[in-house]
Design a protein around this ligand. Structure first.
Ligand SMILES: Cc1cc2nc3c(=O)[nH]c(=O)nc-3n(C[C@H](O)[C@H](O)[C@H](O)COP(=O)(O)OP(=O)(O)OC[C@H]3O[C@@H](n4cnc5c(N)ncnc54)[C@H](O)[C@@H]3O)c2cc1C
Length: 467
């Protein structure tokens, strides 16, 4: 898909160049839609840690642009089996190698991990340099009326204009505060009372303890007050370790990270099996603690205000216990990019009866409708499953396995093609409703509540949406 002929009909501004902002920009460029990323940092950067993508996320990457999926697969480390294993490990007395209680098939080459920075760098190769403005920290967006573009103001005193502003600016999103208002309960994320020690262990150091199968596959270790996930990254040269710990206290640090020692991690896992404690021992002496914040206690009631909307963590930051937060943001991007393609193709037609703000308003209403329920469920289930891993709800292995299975399936098996189909249908219905009261048009056929495309609908919409 060519990026050369930028069409000026629709100007999209993406605030924030993290994984979600970058993926969305690539999807728009692949559809010849004019897009600029405004990123507050000097350069794109990601934390030095691993990230895994569930099968639904991989499908959404393909919808955005197959090149994103290829970029991920280029840096992803192939697990040696297609199974994710969970062990009950919270028992000091058990033998050296704690036994798995559950395994789930992740699909062929499914749920692979990679180094975050490697993936982001691969994506950046797909975005022309002139599409990104660094050192642009957004502070305000002014709506000057439907006949004018939105005006963005940045901390350095500069301004820029766009027809649509998409906030992909992460968990502490400025755009979310602009969309909801500074005093809205959902404007700020809250502490989940868990933090994580994150570390990358050289594989040659990890292999003697873990053995080949555990080192090169995704494995979760569960127990009281803590849990730990390991998977291989960086061409299999590093083992990604994320050790979560329950914390009764409030998070009082200004930043989300604080210095810590390995001794603190050792203490948090002192009731775990010798094997699990052995993995903690592999971590470096000096560590960081990462506070886990989310929006589960105060979810945003909407992701849209006027021609400004939210995606990724800016919209629905969740705790990372399903390993699905970024993937959910990539799903958002797939839905929004499809809608913007439809808006773009209609707005470009001279005979189209709709004005751009009207088209965007219908598209964003569809976006909210399609994305709100699933993403808000993710926030709740992520918290729940994190607590489950730490035996806060039950110690019964059968119940733990049931919860893991049903909740994971709901994330992994999500049908992205069906989401796109429903997105197009809903948008079509909203456009139709703008100008054609249903009672006056009995010849329009309805099926399961959605408008079917007929020649008259197509003429009305000035489009060739496939529904
Ligand atoms: C320990 C841990 C493990 C995780 N593991 C996984 C996993 O395995 N799989 C998964 O799918 N998810 C995982 N997640 C979740 C995932 O990291 C996030 O969902 C994802 O990184 C969010 O991406 P984003 O692009 O929405 O936001 P971010 O990555 O936070 O990017 C936001 C960008 O916006 C910029 N920005 C912020 N404010 C402004 C402003 N005012 N103006 C301009 N730019 C701005 C920032 O500099 C940044 O570049 C994990 C999270 C944690 C904490």
């Amino acid at each position: 898909m060519s990026h050369s002929t930028q069409n000026e009909v629709l100007d999209v501004a993406i605030v924030g160049g993290g994984i979600v902002g970058a993926a969305m920009a690539i999807g728009l460029l692949a559809r010849d839609i004019n897009v600029t990323i405004y990123e507050r940092s000097n350069a794109f950067s990601e934390v030095g840690a691993g990230i895994g993508f569930t099968p639904n996320a991989e499908s959404a990457m393909k919808v955005l642009d197959p090149a994103i999926h290829a970029a991920f697969k280029k840096v992803a480390v192939q697990n040696t089996t297609d199974w994710f294993t969970w062990s009950n490990s919270g028992n000091r007395e058990e033998g050296d190698l704690d036994e798995p209680i559950y395994k789930m098939y992740v699909g062929e080459r499914g749920f692979e991990g990679c180094h975050r920075a490697e993936f982001l760098n691969e994506m950046l190769n797909l975005i022309p340099e002139n599409r990104v403005k660094f050192r642009k920290s957004l502070v305000a967006v002014e709506d000057r009326g439907d006949d004018k573009k939105l005006l963005m103001r940045f901390q350095d005193g500069t301004t820029a204009q766009a027809d649509l502003v998409v906030g992909c600016d992460g968990i502490h999103s400025k755009v979310r505060r602009l969309v909801l208002g500074d005093n809205h309960p959902a404007a700020h994320a809250g502490y989940t009372h868990k933090y994580a020690f994150r570390g990358l262990v050289p594989m040659e150091k990890a292999l003697p303890l873990l053995g080949h199968e555990r080192a090169y596959n995704r494995h979760m270790y569960m127990g009281p007050g803590a849990h730990m996930l390991t998977f291989p990254v960086a061409s299999g040269l590093l083992l990604n370790v994320v050790a979560f710990v329950h914390d009764e206290a409030e998070w009082t640090e200004e930043k989300l990270t604080a210095m810590a020692t390995k001794q603190e991690a050792v203490k948090a896992f002192e009731n775990f099996t010798p094997f699990t404690r052995g993995i903690i021992d592999l971590l470096p002496e000096t560590l960081h603690r990462w506070a886990i914040f989310d929006m589960a206690a105060n979810p945003a009631p909407t992701y849209v205000n006027g021609r400004v909307c939210l995606a990724g963590d800016a919209a629905h930051a969740s705790a990372p216990h399903h390993g699905a937060g970024a993937g959910m943001g990539i799903e958002d991007a797939a839905a929004l990019v499809e809608l913007l393609q439809a808006v773009h193709s209609q707005a470009a037609r001279a005979a189209c009866p709709h004005r751009l703000p009207e088209l965007l308003s219908a598209a964003l209403a569809t976006y909210d409708h399609i994305r709100l329920e699933r993403t808000q469920w993710l926030m709740q289930t992520s918290r729940f499953v994190g607590e489950m891993y730490e035996w806060q709800h039950s110690r019964d292995p059968a119940q733990i396995c049931h919860e893991i299975d049903s909740r994971s399936r709901q994330i992994w098996s999500y049908n992205i093609d069906e989401m796109i189909r429903q997105t197009r249908q809903d948008f079509t219905r909203r456009l139709w409703a703008l100008h054609a009261p249903v009672s006056d048009n009995a010849h329009i056929k309805f099926q399961t509540g959605f408008l079917q495309q007929t020649p008259v609908v197509d003429r009305m919409l000035c489009t060739t949406l496939t529904v």
